[in-house]
Ligand binder design. Sequence first.
Ligand code: S3P
Length: 425
Amino acid sequence: MQKFKKVNSIKGELFLRGDKSISHRAVMFSAMADGISVIRNCSGSEDVSSTINCFEKLGCKFEINGDQIKVTGKGFKGFAKPKTELYAGNSGTTARLISGILSAQNFESVITGDESLSQRPMKRIVEPLKLMGADISANEKGTLPIIIKPAVIKPVNYKLQVASAQVKSAILLCAIHLDEESVIIEQTPTRNHTEKLLNLKTQTTNEGTKIYASRKNYPQPFEITVPSDISSAAFFIVLALVTKDSEIIIRNVSLNETRTGVIKILRQMGGMIEIENEKEESGERTGDVRVYSSRLKNISIPKEIIPNIIDEIPIIAVAGIFAEGNFKIDNAKELRVKESDRIKSLCTNFIKAGLTVEEFEDGFELSGTVSNEEVMFESYGDHRIAMAFGVLSMLMKNGGVVNDFECAGVSNPQFVAQINNLCNY
Ligand code: S3P
């Protein structure tokens, strides 16, 4: 349980650990490469630790020194057969991406996860990997555990059925084990860190973006400095926008175009957000994000941007409560299969906050104002729900409490310490 007091303003400079999506991939690709790689500013999240633990069981060595990791990778098909199940914890990215890699190995493996991950849909990766010849199965409900046995895999020409970077990456990571080229067609853009880090060729066509992958793209040892996590930054950006007399600067944030939807939407809502010192680092765009207190108004959020803001919808909704007009989101059914059913988690907590909530199958609409009572929110074991309601608590007259807040460590174990450094009460 974590109590949050009402905050008057936030001010100062914030350094966040590396982006979680990029860090997962940096760990996986360095583990696959033949030799030593170095990852700087790696995410300190529990999710990325889950990925590291899985690759340790596959025989890789990780020397962790603060936010820097020296990785000794095993090279093409060099992984050792794991002695136990591979436990992906709470991390969908770990379970789904590793399934693509393991589908191409010559040994059997079993992937498990915690209670939340064990309820999340895995058919979305099992089906395309089966089309590639993989011997992969989930249980009868289409969930974990996943069992993968050795099989002869073949290239695919596959049109993605869900707008999901995890599904896209699982297929691509299997495809880079084959000499012949595979083609994956993506109709709605999703985060493209796999494509960038593996230098995959992409082509815009009438059918969507075609992504090409073959053994030519198998990773070699590398060094990378991971830019700071924009999804973690979003909680601080909203807190600065909504509190009076606030100004913060968040250093060296990942500004990959498939991730900056949150900045675009908050700017359209009237948020004063400036980007400074923009540069390219390890193939990814980064910059300092400066945020000032702003008057916000709600806007209509277009369907195409949803995959780009999918992880930030909980905190954008919190911003929407303090903006003119009603906050409404739709076309976001994917929220139902995240670390919790986020539509339900958000709606239940917003009702507790005193708001009028209309829930749809693919979103919700909020009206009214937050109550003056101290409210006890539930995290539902979901890190982004925990932090979103931590921020909402800090915006309520008598503060609030978030039950089971510790799950915030899934993406940002430093959240409370960072808040305490910036907040004036
Ligand atoms: C991620 C992709 C997204 C996102 C998740 C991280 C990734 O999931 O929600 O937090 O690193 O590829 P989906 O691919 O299921 O949309």
